[in-house]
Structures are given as C-alpha cells and as structure tokens.
Unconditional design. Structure first.
Length: 469
C-alpha cells in the first residue's frame, strides 16, 4: 500500500496533508494523483465519499507551483462545480492543503453580492472555484478572464448533466485556451459521462474505482414500512427514542423540505432546511449550525446536499425515496465516509415500493424492510404497484387537486401588478436591477449553484424537474 509521499507531490503539500492526519491515500487518490501529474487529461470516477476532491486539488496545486507565474495573478486553474456548497467545499480543500504554498484561491457563486467577488478578482487569483452561472456572469461583465487557464476541472460531472449545465459548460470552454489540461471527476461512469469526456477531453487517462457494491460497506441500511401520512410521526419517534443528535434527512422537493422542517420544529426537534430557494446566507447558517450540532436535523433536497461533507455524520434518512436509484447511493454516501460507520434509514410507503425494488437491484443486496410497532402501514397489499401505476396515480391526484382549487384569479392590486409585469410595465413601474446582486444584468430565474443573473439558457425539458432541488 502506498503513502502520499510515494505519489510525487511536494513536501509543502505533504506537510499540510499530514497536519490533517492523513498519510495513506484512498484508491481514487492513489491512481488519480499520479495520472494528473503526467499533465494529460484525466477522467476519474469513484463513489461518493472516497476523496475525489483531493484527487485533483493536490496534484493541481503541485503543478501550479512548479511553473513561473505571470504578472498580475491571471487565473491559471478553474474548477467548475454544480452547487454552491460543493464549490465552497472544494475551495476549503484548496486552502487547507495549500496553506504552505504561495497560491491565491477564490470561490464565486450566485445568491450573494457580486461586488466583493469582483474586488477579489481584480486583486488576482491563481485558482478559481465557481458555479457555472456566476462565472459566466462575471465573464460577460468583463470582470473575469479565462484565457490563461492551464487546468480546467469539471467536478461532480454527473450532477452537472442532471442539472442541465451542459450549455453553460460549452460556453465556459469556449473562453478557455485550447492548450490546457482538463480533468473530469464524477461519481458515476454513465454513457452520458463517456460522451462528455469524448467531447471535452483529449486522449484522457481513465481512473475508474468501481466497488463490488455501489453502497459503502460501512453503511448499515434499514427500511421501515409506513403509510405516507404517518411518516412524520414515525420520523419523530425514531429520532427521539434513538437519541439521535445529528440527522440528515432527504425529501424530493423544496416545499416538502420546508413542510417537514416546520413539523419537526413544532414537535420539539430543532431542524432547518437547505435547498435552492434558500438564500446563500441561510444555507451557510443552516450547514454551519448542523456541523456544530447546534441544529439537530438538516432537511435537504438531492441537489442542495451535494457538497455536504461531514466526516462523522451518523444518520441519513430517506423521508421519501428518490425516483432514481442512483440518487439513493449519493444520499446515503453522506454517511459512512472515510471508512467510518454510518446508518441509512428509508421510510417506505406503498407507492414507493417500485423505487425500493430498483434501489435493491442497483446496490445488489436486499435491504431489511420491517415495521415499527404502532407505525405499520394500513395500506400494503400483497402485490405492490408498478412504476407506471404510481405515476398515473400521482397525475390523477395532481389533476384532482387542480380542479378542487378551481381557476386561479387575481384581484386587487396584485392583479394590476401581474398585468404590468406581463406587458413589461411602464418605465416608472419597472425596478432597476440591483447592481450589488446581479451586476446589472437582466433578472432571471434562480439556478441551483449558479448565479441568479446568468444568461438565459434554454434548458432541455426533461431536465427541469431535476433542477428544482
């Protein structure tokens, strides 16, 4: 087994790694670091929680220190991530392992004031970590140049695809010099990822760390049957009777995360939600409070949870099962990290049985499915519904709810406001863009992990639902 000193990185980086208590690289680090040091393009895939971030930050910083820096601190390395939390996590890794190096780094993302980011860019940075929307916003306004970039990293490339960021990635690549080293890191190696690598990488070295089973063996997986309407009661019961003090809970939607948070708080369980509709300040407060155990429960959506890296997180709960089995692996990968033990619990109602079967098929093992006394399901027929039956039933419920609400009508002042908004309104009625927030660009809908002022981009219709987290 190799140690970090065998991988060819500098003594200053090894010293910082040692300060964190590490001496043995993970499998993906052991293979990716030497590959990156060859200065060839690299595509690396490994499951969540295996140390992919250090797999590219350590060799990238080593190579940056080996070459002469041009005057003015031009951006020499660009790391693109899908979410704000992940961007902050990557930059934190760069600061941690580069503390003995003469390198300057900066992280930029949407949802916060753009002016401080512009000021820092003017001072010059070696390594820029960014989300796609805010990066393009800064470039379009002339505050950020990428023509000197030597290292381009696409982190969590699979999530980039899921969130429909490919047009933004192409725009970014058009701003980069053709002669560069491109690194693509992903949790999965799907057909789409291979296509992405073929488009953006040149003769890449492939590093694929594929475990025998997708889910980490340090994670104990359990599931409880329960009717949908009693899930919150069961959840409170498990947290209270188990005396759990740090629990990450997943819901499918942002509204579901908000509702569950309110109910848990009313039940005396201090909780907070984190998702795309929350301000960045709110997301940071919630995440920091959760890490420090000031907040007992963090309720998150799949997209917002990327970048949550808590080494000793003991419990992950799927309040609702994901529609895609792969997302289950990413979810439970928040626990059992760095070889430590963790517990993943799923609450399964009758309509989720097809998703549960798909998860078992993907991970290649049976998950114990039992009842908690007093919370067992009333609705659990011998044969569960198919996926198509579940989808049809959901569509019928949605239509019934729509009819029950009746046609939406606007009255009073709001009606006139909406009318003005649709027609463009008068000059007096239009609000000027907040330069501090968007740099004067046209307001647009919020994009998770990106800038609220990113250039309008037509997204594929089949991606929209995935980006609502």
């Amino acid at each position: 087994m190799k140690i970090f000193a065998d991988l060819g990185i500098s003594k200053d980086i090894l010293r910082a790694v040692s300060d964190k208590g590490y001496d043995t690289p993970s499998p993906v680090q052991e293979q990716a670091i030497p590959a990156v040091l060859t200065k060839q393009d690299v595509i690396a895939t490994a499951q969540t929680g295996t140390g992919k971030t250090a797999g590219f930050t350590l060799p990238m910083m080593h190579l940056l220190t080996q070459e002469k820096r041009e005057s003015g601190y031009p951006i020499r390395a660009l790391v693109l991530t899908p979410t704000r939390e992940l961007a902050a996590q990557v930059e934190e890794s760069i600061v941690t392992y580069g503390k003995y190096l003469p390198l300057k780094s900066l992280v930029v993302f949407g949802g916060v004031n753009i002016v401080p980011q512009i000021k820092e860019l003017r001072k010059g940075v070696d390594i820029l970590v960014a989300t796609p929307g805010r990066l393009l916003d800064l470039c379009n306004q002339g505050h950020c140049r990428l023509d000197k970039v030597k290292f381009f990293v696409l982190d969590e490339a699979d999530r980039m695809l899921d969130m429909g960021f490919i047009p933004d990635i192409r725009r970014t690549i058009n701003l980069l010099p053709k002669k560069r080293q491109t690194l693509l890191f992903s949790a999965t190696f799907s057909k789409d990822i291979r296509g992405l690598a073929h488009e953006f990488l040149r003769n890449p070295i492939t590093v694929a760390i594929t475990p025998e089973k997708p889910a980490a063996q340090t994670i104990a997986q359990r599931a409880y049957r329960c009717d949908q309407q009693r899930k919150t009661q069961l959840l409170s019961h498990l947290i209270k009777t188990g005396f759990w003090e740090q629990v990450l809970i997943f819901t499918r939607t942002k509204h579901g995360a908000n509702r569950l948070t309110q109910k848990l708080n009313k039940d005396g369980i201090h909780s907070s939600a984190i998702h795309g509709d929350k301000t960045q300040a709110s997301r940071i407060r919630a995440l920091e409070g959760f890490k420090k155990k000031n907040i007992r429960v963090l309720v998150a959506t799949d997209i917002a949870a990327r970048g949550i890296d808590i080494v000793q997180l003991p419990h992950v709960i799927n309040f609702e099962l994901p529609n895609l089995a792969e997302d289950y692996v990413h979810r439970i990968g928040r626990t059992g990290r760095a070889g430590l033990e963790g517990e993943a619990i799923s609450l399964v109602c009758n309509d989720e049985r097809p998703y549960f079967k798909a998860i078992e098929k993907l991970i290649g093992q049976k998950i114990e499915l039992t009842d908690v006394t007093g919370y067992g399901p009333d609705n659990w027929p011998e044969k569960g519904p198919s996926s198509s039956e579940v989808q049809k039933a959901a569509a019928l419920r949605k239509e019934a709810n729509r009819k029950a609400r009746g046609p939406r009508t606007n009255t009073g002042p709001r009606s006139s406001q909406n009318s003005s908004r649709k027609s463009g309104g008068s000059k007096q009625g239009r609000k000027k863009p907040n330069v501090g927030q968007s740099g004067g660009s046209k307001p647009s809908s919020f994009k998770p992990g990106g800038s609220s002022a990113a250039p309008a981009t037509a997204r594929p219709s089949n991606r929209r639902n995935r980006r609502r987290g």
